[in-house]
Design a protein around this ligand. Structure first.
Ligand code: ADP
Ligand code: MG
Length: 268
C-alpha cells in the first residue's frame, strides 16, 4: 500500500469502508482512500466506477449509507447539513462542464459564491475575484460574458470561482476531458501550480494516463466500488495487477470486459 512521498504528513482526507447504493446497485463497496495534506491524488477507473459519487460524497451533495469520511480529522458523514456548510467552505469542486451561468458576466460568475457563505463588502469581493482570475492567468476579463470564452477559458474561470473561496481542498472532476491537448496541458499546469503555490490538497478524476503520471503525487484506481491499487505514478506504471495493467494500457482484452458498465455493480 502507498505510504506517500512524505509519510510524516497527516491525512487531509481519510475515507474508510464507504458504501453507497443506488437502485439496488452498489456503487461504493467498502471503499478506502487516504489523501495526505498538500498532495495531488489522481483517481482513475472506468465510467460508472463511482468516481463522481465519491467526490459528491466528500462535498456532501450525496450521503453515503455507511463508512466514514474524515476531513482534517472530522467525520463529515456524522454532521448535520448545517454543520456540513462550515466544512464545505474549505472544499472546492470543479465540475466537468464548468457550469457557468450564461446570463452573468465572468466577474459575477466567479464572485457569487462569496455571497453564498458570507456578506462580504463589495470592494473586498472585487479584490478576491481579481486575485482568483489572476491565479488562473485570466486577469481583467470580469466584464466578458461566458459565450465569449473558449472552452479552456471557461475551465479557468470555473477554477477561479473555486479559488475565490480560498479552499484547502480542491476536487476536480475530469478537468481535462473534452478539451484540446493544449488546453489540457494548460489545465494540468494549473493543477500543479495550485498545489505548489497554494499548498492545496486535491483529488483529480481523469482518464488520461499521461496527464495522470504528470500531475499526480499518487494514483488510486477504482474498480467494483473499491480502490484496488494506490501508489506513486511509478508504482502504478509498473503495477502487475491485471486490471490496472489493462486499464493503463487501454487494452480491450483482459479482465475488464466491454459490457462491464452493463453488469457493473453488485445487485443486492
Ligand atoms: N444520483 C444518482 N441516482 C442514481 N444512480 C446514480 C446517481 N449518481 C450516480 N449513479 C450511478 O452510480 C454509478 C457511478 O456513477 P459515477 O460516480 O457518476 O461514475 P463515474 O466513475 O463515471 O464518475 C453509475 O452507475 C451511475 O448511474
Ligand atoms: Mg464522473
Amino acid at each position: 500500500m502507498y505510504e506517500g512521498k512524505n509519510s510524516f504528513m497527516k491525512d487531509m482526507i481519510e475515507i474508510q469502508d464507504l458504501y453507497k447504493t443506488f437502485d439496488r446497485v452498489q456503487v461504493l463497496n467498502g471503499l478506502n482512500l487516504h489523501v495526505r495534506e498538500g498532495e495531488t491524488k489522481v483517481v482513475i477507473g472506468r465510467s460508472g466506477a463511482g468516481k463522481s459519487v465519491l467526490l459528491k460524497s466528500i462535498i456532501g451533495i450525496l450521503r453515503p449509507e455507511s463508512g466514514s469520511i474524515k476531513i482534517n480529522g472530522v467525520d463529515v458523514t456524522q454532521l448535520s447539513d448545517r454543520d456540513f456548510d462550515a466544512v464545505r467552505r474549505n472544499i472546492g469542486l470543479v465540475f466537468q462542464g464548468g457550469a457557468l451561468f450564461d446570463s452573468l458576466n465572468v466577474g459575477e460568475n466567479v464572485g457569487f459564491v462569496l455571497d453564498e457563505f458570507s456578506k462580504m463588502p463589495a470592494v473586498e469581493k472585487r479584490q478576491r475575484v481579481a486575485h482568483a482570475l489572476s491565479l488562473v492567468g485570466m486577469s481583467g476579463i470580469e466584464e466578458m460574458m461566458p459565450s465569449q470564452l473558449s472552452g479552456g477559458m471557461r475551465k479557468r474561470v470555473s477554477l477561479a470561482r473555486v479559488l475565490c473561496m480560498e479552499p484547502k481542498i480542491i476536487l476536480y472532476d475530469e478537468p481535462t476531458s473534452e478539451v484540446d491537448p493544449i488546453t489540457s496541458d494548460a489545465i494540468q499546469r494549473l493543477i500543479i501550480e495550485m498545489r505548489d503555490r497554494l499548498k492545496v490538497t486535491s483529488i483529480v478524476v481523469m482518464h488520461d494516463m499521461n496527464a495522470a503520471y504528470k500531475i499526480a503525487d499518487s494514483i488510486a484506481m477504482f474498480y467494483h466500488g473499491q480502490v484496488i491499487a494506490d501508489g506513486t505514478p511509478e508504482e502504478i506504471r509498473n503495477s502487475r495487477h491485471p486490471v490496472v495493467r489493462q486499464f493503463i494500457s487501454g487494452d480491450a482484452v483482459g479482465p475488464i470486459t466491454e459490457d462491464e458498465s452493463m453488469k457493473f455493480g453488485h445487485v443486492k
